[in-house]
Design a protein around this ligand. Structure first.
Ligand code: PAP
Length: 349
């Protein structure tokens, strides 16, 4: 069973109740519908598993297609819910820590903070897979308000009951760095029964949009456009700007979450404390985030060690992997996809 940290308990929590009248029958029907749906979808090569499926324009593993359908069928959004959304490897781990630390800053001392003892991914549920790990226990009513959830799903894939009701914090990153980070990560967690995915192959797939939760650019654009239409509902952040001015971005984040720092808190250095607690340097050096420190269960078969979420944490690592020609191609795709949107990404020399 999946677990996650409750803010006022330094323990993992196991939900125990379910309202469904006949969960077994519902489960069977959902499984059958899911299998039928998968059989009808276009397929291509996966980075972690053998196959990904194209669902409503986005490439998803069979497991998360199942998660998405369960979200549509069972998740009850609350107006106070706040979602953290991002394409893979664009800053979820960092933002999870920042959002959790910000929302719970009155509960914990920084010297004895739960994030010092548990990986950021345990701070709140990653809905895409928690929903089926918990199934048929799919209510999250026991979570404190505001409930925090993370997702990698594209904006248009989520039910409008969520996108029209809840707030979203979206973080994006230079696609070149997201590609490098994703290839490293997926190579580590790739099924051992499959041949390794070479970097050149991953590069081709990425440029063609075939990448779990992608195409990258459609993912970013969906949230960007929604943030332009409803800036009060979607906060659009960039990893690079957060690296450059973490305190400035954190203050924006807290205000958006409805938890702005008071002048007194700022004078006391609370902003700097949270920035320091959640920094790559601090988190990646904690025992819990090192080899053997602990892990996060995503599916029955996929448990990812906390250490895999921390690699270099820098801007521009693509320079160590991409030729000039490869870089030009991604920058060209980015400029083309984002043209007339008002958004720029990855313009680093
Ligand atoms: P996910 O999609 O699997 O959740 P995510 O956390 O979004 O991964 O991205 C991981 C990247 O963020 C890694 O980047 P890299 O491979 O280029 O190094 C990881 O190192 C980086 N990262 C993790 N924690 C932090 C942090 N606290 N500050 C800055 N970067 C971080």
């Amino acid at each position: 069973m999946s677990t996650y940290l409750l803010p006022d308990q330094n323990v993992y929590f196991h939900p125990t109740s379910i309202n469904d009248e006949n969960p077994n029958e519902t489960e069977k029907q959902e499984e059958s519908y899911n299998n039928h749906l998968l059989a009808t979808l276009p397929k291509d090569k996966g980075w972690r598993s053998e196959t990904v499926f194209q669902y409503k324009g986005f490439w998803l593993s069979s497991q998360v297609v199942k998660g998405l359908l369960l979200i549509h069928n069972h998740f009850n959004p609350q107006p106070t819910d706040i979602f953290l959304s991002a394409f893979m490897k664009c800053g979820t781990t960092w933002l999870k820590a920042l959002m959790f630390a910000t929302a719970n800053r009155h509960r914990y001392k920084f010297s004895n903070h739960p994030l010092l003892r548990t990986g950021p991914h345990s701070a709140f549920p990653f809905l895409d897979t928690h929903i089926f790990l918990d199934h048929p226990i799919t209510n999250f009513d026991h979570l404190p308000v505001p409930r925090l959830f993370a997702t990698h799903f594209a904006h248009d894939l989520l039910p409008t009951s969520i996108t029209s009701t809840c707030k979203f914090v979206y973080v994006c990153r230079d696609p070149k760095d997201a590609l490098i980070s994703k290839w490293h990560f997926m190579s580590k967690i790739r099924s051992k029964e499959l041949a390794p995915l070479s970097f050149n192959e991953a590069y081709e797939l990425f440029c063609n949009g075939v990448s779990e939760y992608g195409p990258f650019w459609d993912h970013v654009l969906g949230y960007w456009k929604a943030s332009q239409e409803s800036p009060d509902k979607i906060l659009f952040l960039k990893y690079e700007e957060m690296k450059r001015e973490p305190a400035v971005e954190l203050k924006k984040l807290a205000a958006f979450m409805g938890m702005a720092f008071t002048a007194e808190e700022e004078d006391q250095g609370v902003v700097e404390e949270i920035v320091k607690l959640c920094s790559f340097e601090n988190l990646s050096n904690l025992e819990v985030n090192k080899d053997g420190g602990g892990g996060q269960k995503f599916t029955e078969k996929v448990v990812v060690e906390n250490q895999e979420f921390f690699r270099k944490g820098m801007v521009g690592d693509w320079k160590n992997y991409l030729t000039e020609e490869m870089k030009e191609r991604i920058d060209f795709i980015t400029a083309d996809k984002l043209k007339n949107s008002g958004l720029t990404l990855g313009i680093t020399k």
